[in-house]
Design a protein around this ligand. Sequence first.
Ligand code: GZL
Length: 340
Amino acid sequence: MKKKLLSVVICAAMVSTLLVGCGGKTEQAASNDQATEEAKADEGGADKGGKLVVGFAQIGQESGWRDAETASIQQYAAEHPDEVELKFADAQQKQENQIKAIKSFIEQGVDVIGVAPVVETGWDQVFAEAKDAGIPIVLVDRTADVDEDLYATFIGSDFIEEGKVAAQQMAELIGGKGKIVEIEGTVGASAATDRKTGFDEEIAANYPDIEIVASQTGDFTRAQGKEVMESFLKSNPDIVGVYCHNDDMALGAIEAIKEAGKKPGEDIVTVSVDGIKGIFEAMVAGEANCTVECNPLLGPLFFETAQKLKNGEEVEKWVKSVDGVFTSETAADVIDERAY
Ligand code: GZL
């Protein structure tokens, strides 16, 4: 239907040009020519009509953070219907579904493709297809292990820094000594790999009396975070802290700690990443201790960046999010102003 509309617009523009006759063209005819040329430039592509048409291949709904990011992207599109058209795909945590979505966006001839790569590897071919089609790829909230010329930019946080800050917070909470455990994010995801690197290297370099006695993936979900913590508590009854690569897993770990008859936030302190509302509620309740923020509200930045790319403007290779750190000391003061 949209393609038909586009061809009608092109025909109408051409007919009006012809009606003016072969002599000097009126201003209207000239502007119709321009419209025809622009429409032709878009021929075979999505119905753009000057609109920014983007495809976004989202990972899924594994965490509160992910839901907040999805809402931010969809809300921006809903609030700017005359400027942007969003084609959104939820991959249910499967890379093959993200790849299928990207291929479909390429066939539809979108202007820009956004993707939150569920894992770092396996993207070279489909990104090369997008490049061959002249469609820039924007990596959002996770990076991919590909040549830099296969994507336009990465919009997201510094996960290594997040891990380093989490280690410093943990050390402060346990007085620089004791046995702790680590619950990792999705295996192969840049956010997990780098948060682990940042944390483990900081502990090894500066806190010789802190021992990470166990580390295992909880796949960024609350349910798996609880399961992993249950097993950790059985095999390590003397741990004093748990570091989780996201708040959802920390909330699961807190449930497990309580069911084991211990006090989360006191007997076992918690440090996690994201800054979702649920962890602020746990900190206010005294059951969690610290969250390192990772801003998910990337919708506006994503569309602004996509528009720059459509306009042929240069963009930074890494558009870094600005993140804060929040503890149980200040949680009650800020919880009401939290946007996610
Ligand atoms: C971080 C993002 C991570 C969040 C998790 O940019 O990729 O994925 O920290 C989410 O909550 O699952």
